[in-house]
Design a protein around this ligand. Structure first.
Ligand SMILES: Cc1ncc(C[n+]2csc(CCOP(=O)(O)OP(=O)(O)O)c2C)c(N)n1
Ligand code: SF4
Length: 275
């Protein structure tokens, strides 16, 4: 483990459950580095997660942590933010957790533009349950539930949350660790709903079935497929087919939900008191 971020881990909870070569530890370290660089007080920082291999990450962190139920991390995080707006809240969620069972929570949290920082560990598969395809499994790729390759089109999650109302949307990969940390920092600074999707590798439930012989091959694939958003703007759609567009994809402005809620409750209080 990296010595400079060790203080943010619950070392007594190790060893972790992840398979050798899994991307979860890398993405988690990027998040921890971001929190360190933001200089957030450990006691005023909350990490909420759902269920899945990636969501297990919250258990290893020494912040206020909540390991919740499948797809419901955002519902718990919304409650915490409303009760204690002063806290810095990060949500860790997998592609299945966030876009399948938790898909409705995701779009409505985006629509509210509530000040939460979501990091989606997108390994393109349901890792924990053995490799069923998720709404983010690329077409033709294989899964236990798609042995001949999935015929479904995946969501473009970044476009989905942008359309739903998120005011910060970014994408990186487990290979691009510095970029991932930087994007999470920028998302945390946005007062509103921030989503950073990080393409990660699950060599066991996804890689083996899809001709990635080693975890390193999956990282190489991430490096080769990544196209910085500035370069992507001058490329044709056909050239971008199958590519991973990385960087800050969208920034918007909208009223933040907790601020609006506070204004409303203040107004009602003043009216009741006859101010
Ligand atoms: C209500 C409910 N339905 C199904 C499950 C079984 N389940 C546990 S983890 C998981 C998939 C997790 O996939 P993802 O969110 O992509 O995370 P990963 O394991 O790949 O990190 C499922 C279906 C559950 N725990 N609870
Ligand atoms: S099954 Fe996949 S996502 Fe889960 S720990 Fe193993 S490599 Fe990681």
């Amino acid at each position: 483990m990296l010595a400079d971020i060790e203080e943010f881990y619950r070392l007594d909870r190790l060893p972790h459950i992840w398979c050798p070569g899994c991307g979860n530890g890398i993405v988690l370290a990027c998040l921890v580095k971001a929190i360190k660089e933001l200089k957030y007080d450990q006691d005023k920082t909350v990490v909420v997660s759902g269920i899945g291999c990636s969501s297990r990450a919250s258990a290893y962190l020494d912040f206020n942590t909540l390991h919740t139920t499948h797809g419901r991390a955002l519902a718990f995080a919304t409650g915490i933010k409303l009760a204690k707006p002063e806290l810095n809240i990060f949500v860790i969620t997998g592609d299945g957790d966030s876009s399948a069972i938790g898909g409705n929570h995701l779009i409505h949290a985006a629509r509210r533009n509530i000040d939460l920082n979501v990091v989606i560990f997108n390994n393109n598969i349901y890792g924990m349950t053995g490799g069923q395809y998720s709404p983010l499994t690329p077409k033709v790729q294989k899964a236990t539930t798609a042995p001949y390759g999935t015929i479904e089109r995946p969501f473009d999650l970044a476009k989905l949350v942008e359309a739903a109302g998120a005011t910060y949307v970014a994408r990186s990969t487990a290979y691009h660790t510095r970029l991932t940390t930087e994007l999470i920092i920028n998302g945390a600074k946005n007062k509103g709903f921030s989503v950073t999707e990080v393409i990660s590798q699950c060599p066991v439930s996804y890689g083996r079935r899809n001709r990635f012989n080693t975890p390193a091959a999956m990282l190489e694939w991430q490096r080769e497929m990544a196209v910085p958003v500035i370069k992507a703007r001058s490329m044709a759609p056909e050239e971008l087919e199958g590519k991973i567009i990385t960087g800050e994809l969208y920034r918007g402005h909208a009223p933040e939900y907790v601020s609006e809620y506070t204004k409303l409750t203040q107004r009602l209080k003043e009216e009741a008191e006859g101010v």
